[in-house]
Design a protein around this ligand. Structure first.
Ligand SMILES: [Zn+2]
Ligand SMILES: [Zn+2]
Length: 394
């Protein structure tokens, strides 16, 4: 039995109204009108996932626009971050990656976006991003590791009586893994002490993470597998610095070995070539490519640049004109106030570099006239720095 004519009419009216409201939702996302979007959701108690004629949800539209605020709001409302109803099977992550908003990509990854999903032309989100030159998005997506991957090892598995990783190590290790700047100097400077203290466990877990990644079948991310291996390798080298006879801070010993001019470059080159050589999963495309670059007879790139390119994609750090001379962190704005010829992130970076820079500095500060420009770091004072650096402001 169908309803009475008035019921049908009223249902019809409701449907028309519902369609109108939904079109308004899509329209206000189009116009980046966040207030209106919030109004519509609170006024009509809408579901997070409604679909337009092409199968796109509001979240897909927000990602297409690269609008982080709207995307976060919709995710909070329960939007499906892996919806594949779009007629060409683009996910929210595909659109975010194409928009070039890398923070938005990160938000989606944290919310559980699956980066291995392909669209109707068989491309993943990071492949689409690479295609349009959004290298930072590629790097964010391929380098993302969820916390649970690390936490997995903090619970005893199978017949284990103890977990492989002390729970207290989970956050420090995760922080180490997720660090954006993976230059060895920067890694050493930012490495939580406890990772070195519990070296054996941490190294083992990094190796297992690498192995697990390679065994994920179609979801395998060789970049990550190599990154875990690389992070373990750097940790091992710093650990070696701590077991040698000298009593100094192993992090500092390691950093100074690298900063030591051409001898430092040589040391780093040999270390990183060994690191590539010792990667145990040799059948992958990435590994083959790295070996090919390193084997070039003429103008072979440095092992460091090969590794940074492999892990971060083309973006690396070459688009920045003033990296910190110690740790390569981009946009280092604080100059040595004596010679103004080199720039650092902060006093710590300057202090670490001083044993190399002091000769250079004396030379260039006598030959060049001082700039009248005020250094940005002059406000920093009262820090405990070595006597050599104490009279230097940056
Ligand atoms: Zn620095
Ligand atoms: Zn100087």
């Amino acid at each position: 039995m169908s309803g009475s004519n008035t019921e049908i009419a009223s249902n019809l009216k409701d449907n028309v109204e519902q369609k109108d409201i939904e079109s308004s939702v899509f329209a206000c996302i189009q116009e980046n009108n966040f207030d209106e979007l919030k109004n519509l959701y609170s006024q009509y108690k809408l579901k997070a996932d409604i679909f337009d004629s092409e199968g796109m949800t509001p979240l897909l539209h927000a990602c297409y626009k690269g609008n982080q605020q709207m995307a976060e709001f919709l995710i909070e409302k329960g939007a499906d971050v892996n919806s594949t109803n779009h007629k060409h099977k683009y996910t929210a992550l595909h659109f975010a990656a194409l928009s070039g908003n890398s923070n938005l990509c990160l938000t989606l990854m944290i919310a559980g976006a699956k980066s291995y999903i392909t669209n109707s032309i068989g491309k993943t989100a990071s492949q689409m991003a690479a295609f349009v030159g959004n290298h930072h998005c590629v790097s964010i997506i391929t380098n993302y590791v969820s916390k649970s991957e690390v936490e997995y090892f903090t619970v005893p598995r199978g017949i284990e009586s103890k977990p492989k990783l002390l729970p207290v190590l989970s956050i420090p290790l995760y922080t180490y893994i997720m660090q954006a700047n993976i230059h060895p100097v920067r890694l050493a400077m930012k490495m939580p002490q406890i990772l070195l203290k519990e070296y054996t466990q941490v190294k083992k877990v990094l190796d297992l993470l690498s192995e697990r990644e390679m065994k994920k079948g179609p979801e395998c991310n060789e970049v990550l597998a190599f990154k875990f291996h690389y992070l373990g390798y750097i940790l091992s080298e710093i650990h070696r610095c701590s077991t040698s006879q000298n009593q100094t801070d192993p992090f500092e010993t390691f950093v100074k070995k690298i900063l030591k001019g051409s001898r430092g470059e040589e040391y780093l080159e040999l270390l990183l070539r060994d690191c590539v050589r010792e990667f145990p999963y040799r059948e992958g495309f990435l590994f083959q490519q790295m070996v090919k670059s390193l084997a070039r007879k003429e103008d072979s790139p440095s092992a460091l640049s090969v590794i940074l390119n492999a892990i971060n994609g083309q973006s690396s750090f070459n688009d920045d004109l003033s990296p910190c001379v110690t740790c390569t962190e981009p946009k280092a704005l604080k100059k040595c106030s004596k010679c103004r010829a080199v720039q650092y992130c902060d006093r710590e970076c300057q202090r670490l570099h001083w044993f190399v820079h002091k000769k250079e500095c004396a030379r260039s500060s006598t030959s060049s006239s001082k700039s009248s420009e005020q250094s940005e770091a002059d406000a920093e004072s009262g820090e405990n720095v070595s006597s050599d650096v104490a009279n230097l402001k940056i």
